[in-house]
Design a binder for this molecule. Sequence first.
Ligand code: CNA
Length: 237
Amino acid sequence: MDKIAQLRDIIQNSRNTVFFGGAGVSTESGIPDFRSVDGLYNQQWKYPPERIISHSFFVSNLPEFYRFYKAKFNCLSAKPNPAHIKLAQLESEGKLSAIVTQNIDGLHYAAGSKNVFELHGSIHRNYCTKCHKFYDAEYIFSSEGIPTCDCGGVIKPDVVLYEEGLDDDVVNGAVNAISRADTLIIGGTSLVVYPAAGFIRYFHGKNLVIINMSPTGMDSEADLLITDRIGKVFSEI
Ligand code: CNA
């Protein structure tokens, strides 16, 4: 049996499938990941990207933070690709119980998925740091310089920056979903960003599937390993 047929078979015969993904799920929607050759970490900036998107940098150098954020995190024109769309379809058919994602682009919701745990937040939620008024992503990306609230406070994206902790409710939901799954499909992630990557250790089910373009530290534990573009794979199942 070829690998696509095996994947189809695993999903059909599972009671509770969970998907765990990362930036590679959205590269086929035109959003670069961090660690591929043309990813964000291989581009030249005045400061390393991981420093700019840190909490201390947000506090100490707001103009440069927003210059980078607006240049690199504006994915409002990106559309869900076949991976997002198939995952949403599997959920609506009762074949997928949850998506745990490290992505902040909101494309799983755009595709129609409902039970999504966004471990690193979302560019679509933004809050005033003073009065907590909510702002959408359009407001942030169309603002001049530093986006500010009507009250004068600085607006912060609800995105988990380096040095910041993850939301407890999101983590608990994600860990619960993973620990109850009988199939875990991991896709489009280098599995090097912690604590997110550590949550897959809560999986004790039957089938571990990995769909990724480059090798991960979990490959040797996979029951099915597919080295291919995830959008292409999901369009074929
Ligand atoms: P990463 O470290 O950049 O790894 C991406 C992985 O996906 C790599 O192993 C690639 O080989 C693989 N990959 C790339 N394209 C494909 C594809 N089409 N099919 C299959 N595999 C592919 O990204 P991670 O998500 O592992 O790292 C976590 C970071 C990246 C999180 O903090 C995210 O918030 C952050 N990020 C998110 C986005 C987004 O929201 N779309 C974009 C860039 C970075």
